[in-house]
Design a protein around this ligand. Structure first.
Ligand SMILES: Cc1cc2nc3c(=O)[nH]c(=O)nc-3n(C[C@H](O)[C@H](O)[C@H](O)COP(=O)(O)O)c2cc1C
Length: 244
């Protein structure tokens, strides 16, 4: 595939078919992605691969955790404090999930959300419909493979930067091979369910997940959120008189 075509065709896939991904193919995609550049070539990330029985176990255990979290968020303050004290239903991921979006970014987030729910026919006030859709994150959108990306705590922001480059390489390699992907910050909410299956070094922190597989023919996969105009991404040049 031409580079430009791979860029244009990659999109977040939120419904996967049952078609399995072979170990050889997965290995080849990860090998390609591992040629990505990184800070001093340190490659400050590790990947846990969940498939088969491990993935099915996670697909069973994560959605109820999400249900509990949402019910907690909508519940009384006392219940929330109790949950915090008993560590019950509260996320135990390594990074704080983003809940309060900065004012200048919120409109882009809202626009994306509205476009998605409109496509799916989920009304604004349909809390159950939105919950159901978000819950699919924790079922890995039915994908046959889920990857969890951990970053070394010792390189500050450069570990997540390098992991992001790796992720994009992996997503493009997958597109090139006819597969779909969805990067998922949602999968960083809980670390403990992964500890059960993987021997994760403590200095590696859970950054995000990625579902991978073959795309199902469903409307949600035709979602193409618009991008901000390029102007908005460019730092304005100061007028010559104001330059320091
Ligand atoms: C770091 C990261 C985290 C993301 N987390 C989620 C997520 O938790 N759930 C989800 O459905 N999509 C998630 N996405 C996908 C974005 O919503 C998506 O990339 C964006 O809307 C642009 O759409 P596109 O990927 O189809 O081009 C994430 C993407 C990135 C890069």
């Amino acid at each position: 595939m031409e580079f430009k075509d791979a860029m244009a065709q990659r999109h977040s896939v939120r419904a996967f078919s049952d078609k399995p991904v072979s170990d050889e193919l997965l290995d080849a995609l990860l090998t390609t992605a591992s040629t990505s550049p990184s800070w001093s070539n340190t490659q400050p990330y590790m990947i846990a691969i969940a498939k088969g029985a491990v993935l099915e176990e996670l697909r069973e255990t994560l959605p109820p955790k999400f249900d509990e979290l949402v019910s907690l968020a909508r519940g009384s303050k006392i219940r929330q404090i109790k949950a915090k004290l008993t560590n019950n239903g509260v996320p135990d991921g390594d990074f704080q999930p983003v809940t309060n979006y900065p004012k200048d970014l919120q409109p882009r987030r809202n626009a994306t959300g509205h476009q998605l729910y409109e496509l799916l026919g989920i009304e604004r006030g349909d809390k159950a419909g939105r919950h159901q859709q978000m819950r699919e994150n924790f079922r890995f959108f039915n994908a046959p493979v889920a990857l969890f990306i951990f970053v070394h705590e010792g390189l500050d922001v450069y570990s997540p930067l390098d992991a992001g480059i790796f992720l994009q390489s992996l997503m493009l390699a997958a597109t090139d091979a006819g597969l779909g992907t969805c990067a998922q910050g949602a999968l960083a909410l809980w670390r403990s369910p992964l500890e059960k299956h993987f021997d994760i070094p403590t200095h590696y922190k859970l950054l995000c997940g990625l579902s991978l597989g073959y795309e199902a023919d469903e409307a949600i996969n035709r979602f193409k959120p618009k991008r901000a105009p390029l102007d908005e991404l460019l730092v304005p040049v100061k007028a010559p008189g104001n330059a320091v």
